[in-house]
Every structure is written in structure tokens, then in C-alpha cells.
Design a protein around this ligand. Structure first.
Ligand code: SAM
Length: 291
């Protein structure tokens, strides 16, 4: 079949600008379900492995998800000094939890996912992402991340916000000033919060809004970049906030101590200490826009 012919069976994601699209040739449809929160679709593709989509938006591609999940988890967990208690908000496919548990210092990890059906579907159809959810250190809570933090006084070494887009379903609750301030207050001194904050090509306004709100909530804040072929443009951003301890602001995010470098989990496929430092190098077109 030549490249211009439309293949018999394709999944199409419409990007934020409504004028750009992602089209994936589907080899087998695996699962679909309308939950009380969103439409869950799981399907096998010819080129990218199994895909999870929510309300028509790709959440994860089995072949490339490691890039995103390593960057949302290991950058903050390497900045923390020996993180013990980790909270993942969203993240129902289990990929972020899987990466967090690669740190031996982690004693407990809570997954706060609003839609139980996403977790159940991931456990059944996406075992390469969800297998760590059965680890005894993990507990799953099925509720809105805002309500969970408001209802719990527990504090965390790291809060990782692996949400859907701000314009999708319940994701918007997780991009507000009040929510980021709540995350700050639920961190231990020296704790770190990271949120996926979209991309500068199709979602630049939301990216800037989310980053500015995190920068307003945390005395020490930053943004870092990572490749993520599964998402629009493949150019992904993560905004990070640090809760200072005894008034000391974190000297810098991008310089890992030699001890932290020694702690990097083995066998990662994207994250390294050099990638960590390079991720905080922001090109002028982006830093100008964020200023
Ligand atoms: N890594 C993906 C990305 O960046 O697009 C997101 C992964 S995960 C599938 C996103 C999850 O966030 C979804 O399962 C969704 O149900 C959950 N979610 C959305 N809003 C939420 C909220 N307010 N509280 C908790 N979970 C939420």
C-alpha cells in the first residue's frame, strides 16, 4: 500500500489546533469502554505497539512510553534525597508507578486515579506498564486528586502529576493555582512536585499557564524537556517545584550530586545524568515565551 492510500483501519487523534492530526494504522482493536469519566480505547498498531487512548487522545504507546515515564519519575526522584513516599496523581496506566519503584529508597507509592476502569483495563491489557501496581509498596486510591489531597494530611517526598490534558475530562482540576499550592503544602521540606505540562507547539498557552502557576506556588521552580513520540509534536515539558527546607532553596535542579548519580536505577533506556542536566537547557524560543 503506498503511503498516501488511507489504510483500511486507522485511529485518528485531532490535535489541540483542530488542524493537525495523528493517524495510526490499527492492526487489532482490543478494548473499548465508556466509563463515567471518559471513553477508554486500547488497540494494537502496526508501528507503535499497543496504545491506550482516552476520549480519543493517545495516553501511551507501548513502544515509546519509557521516554515519558522515565522523565516524569527519575528527574524528581533523583533530585530528592532518598525519596521514601511517592504520590502519583493520574497515571492510571501504571507506567509512572513502575518507574518510581525502581528507586530502592521508595517505601510506599500511592496511585490516585479518578477512574478505576483505567487501572483495571491497564492491568488486563497493558501489563508492561501496569505490572508494578501489584507491588506490595503500592496502594491505589480511586478519586479526584484534588479531593484526595484536601482529605489527607499525609506529606510526600515526591508528588508526580501524570494527568490527562487540562482540556480533557477531569484533567483541568490538576492545573490550577490552588491545586499546585495544595501540592506544595503536602510535600516534606526538600520534597519535589512535577507535573506534565504539555508541549510548546500545539499547547503553548496551557504549557505557559501551568508553568507560571507552578512557579507562583513554589519558591524554587523550573521546567525541563524530554522527547515523547507518543504525544503531539514529540516535544514534551515537565514543570517542577521544590519545597525548600529550613529556608534553603535548592541550589539548582540540573546538577546531580555524585551520590545522586550513583543512585540512578540500572537499565534505564532514556534517563541518564547527562540527559538530566540537558533537559533543563531551554531553547530561547521557549524561554522567551515563558519569561
Ligand atoms: N501520561 C499521560 C499523558 O501525559 O497524557 C497520562 C496518563 S494517565 C492515563 C492520565 C490519567 O489521569 C487518566 O487515567 C485519568 O483518568 C486521570 N485523571 C484525570 N483527571 C484526574 C483527576 N482530577 N484526579 C485523578 N486522576 C485524574
Amino acid at each position: 500500500m503506498n503511503r498516501n492510500e488511507k489504510s483500511p483501519f486507522c485511529f485518528r487523534e485531532v490535535y489541540q489546533d483542530q488542524r493537525s492530526f495523528l493517524e495510526l494504522e490499527v492492526s487489532r482493536w482490543v478494548y473499548s469502554r465508556e466509563t463515567s469519566f471518559q471513553k477508554i480505547d486500547i488497540f494494537d498498531t502496526v508501528s507503535h505497539g499497543r496504545v491506550l487512548a482516552l476520549d480519543g487522545i493517545v495516553q501511551t504507546m507501548e513502544r515509546w512510553e519509557f521516554m515519558y515515564h522515565e522523565m516524569i519519575a527519575h528527574v524528581p526522584l533523583q533530585i530528592c534525597e532518598r525519596p521514601k513516599h511517592v504520590l502519583v496523581i493520574g497515571g492510571g496506566d501504571g507506567g509512572t508507578i513502575r518507574e518510581a519503584l525502581k528507586h530502592p529508597s521508595v517505601e510506599s507509592a500511592v496511585l490516585c486515579e479518578i477512574d478505576r476502569d483505567v487501572v483495571e483495563a491497564a492491568k488486563t491489557y497493558l501489563p508492561t506498564l501496569s505490572h508494578a501496581l501489584s507491588d506490595p509498596r503500592v496502594s491505589c486510591v480511586f478519586e479526584d486528586g484534588v479531593a484526595y489531597l484536601k482529605g489527607s494530611s499525609q506529606t510526600w517526598d515526591a508528588i508526580l502529576i501524570d494527568s490527562t490534558d487540562p482540556t480533557a475530562g477531569e484533567g483541568g482540576h490538576l492545573f490550577t493555582d490552588a491545586f499546585y499550592a495544595l501540592c506544595r503544602d503536602r510535600l516534606v521540606p526538600g520534597g519535589v512536585c512535577v507535573a506534565q505540562t504539555e508541549n510548546p507547539i500545539y499547547d503553548r498557552e496551557w504549557m505557559r499557564t501551568a508553568y507560571r502557576r507552578i512557579a507562583a506556588a513554589f519558591p524554587t521552580a523550573g521546567i525541563y524537556l524530554g522527547f515523547s513520540p507518543q504525544y503531539p509534536s514529540g516535544f514534551w515539558t515537565y514543570s517542577i517545584g521544590y519545597r525548600s527546607q529550613d529556608g534553603q532553596n535548592k541550589p539548582d535542579f540540573y546538577q546531580l550530586s555524585p551520590e545522586a548519580v550513583r543512585r540512578i536505577p540500572p537499565h534505564l533506556r532514556y534517563y541518564t545524568s547527562d540527559i538530566h542536566s540537558a533537559a533543563f537547557q531551554i531553547p530561547p524560543f521557549l524561554s522567551d515565551y515563558l519569561a
